[in-house]
Design a binder for this molecule. Structure first.
Ligand code: C5P
Length: 220
């Protein structure tokens, strides 16, 4: 049986950085499920599919094939045979992913892929519904969060380090909006699983969070 670690939480809580480090330390496979929703969103944007039109989105899902592979330990998302990793990190795609991930046709397709992957390998998987829906029997479940202002500041620092100009207040508003969308949707809303451990990373370093989770893995 494979060992599965589920990490859920809102945008900007540090899930991917922490999940990646954890996977490295444990020699597990890191699976970034947000990247899969982003790849779907890219498809809808490129094909000008109206995000409000559930019927059309559901039909289009049949034309989308998403798989993942690894290059130098980094997850690559393959959309209909093309590696789209370089195209899915923008705010526009993040927003479209949040809007289109509310539809059950989109979720069903990606959850199946995620469950297959976790069945085959020991994984650290991050997302919004991993502990509650994708891997309800995960060995360790973490709900990783941080204050909105703290998450916005981290995102701001990340973007300015890349040379992008942005405004802290706009990022903060965007994060709050995305939280609301992810937490209030009908299908698999973001919430802490009953058996998940809550970790607030606002005043912790990345390494401190990783060590706390490693301790939980050892205990499990
Ligand atoms: O984590 P990331 O910001 O890349 O995710 C983009 C969007 O994809 C999220 O805002 C959320 O709406 C959606 N998502 C989801 N379920 C997941 C992972 C991501 O609904 N397991």
């Amino acid at each position: 049986m494979s060992i599965n670690i589920a990490i859920d939480g809102p945008a900007g809580a540090g899930k991917s950085t922490i999940a990646k480090k954890l996977a490295e330390e444990l020699s597990y496979v890191y699976i970034d499920t947000g990247a899969m929703y982003r790849a779907m969103a890219l498809y809808f944007l490129e094909h000008q599919v109206d995000a409000e039109n559930e019927e059309k989105i559901s039909r289009e899902c049949r034309n989308v094939e998403i798989t993942i592979s690894y290059e130098n330990g980094e997850q690559q998302v393959i959309l209909n045979g093309v590696n789209v990793n370089g195209k899915i990190r923008s705010e526009e795609i993040g927003h479209m992913a949040s809007v289109t991930s509310v539809y059950s046709a989109v979720r069903t397709k990606l959850v199946e892929l995620q469950q297959e992957l976790a069945n085959r390998e020991n994984v650290v998987m991050d997302g919004r519904d991993i502990g509650t829906c994708v891997l309800p029997d995960a060995d360790v479940k973490i709900y990783l969060t941080a204050s909105v202002s703290c998450r916005a500041k981290r995102r701001y620092d990340e973007l300015t380090a890349k040379g992008e100009t942005c405004e802290l207040s706009v990022i903060e508003a965007d994060i709050a909006k995305r939280d609301h969308q992810d937490m209030t949707r009908e299908h698999s809303p973001l919430r802490q699983a009953e058996d998940a451990v809550l970790l607030d990373s606002s005043d912790l370093t990345i390494q401190e969070v990783v060590e706390r989770i490693l301790a939980l893995v050892k205990e499990s």
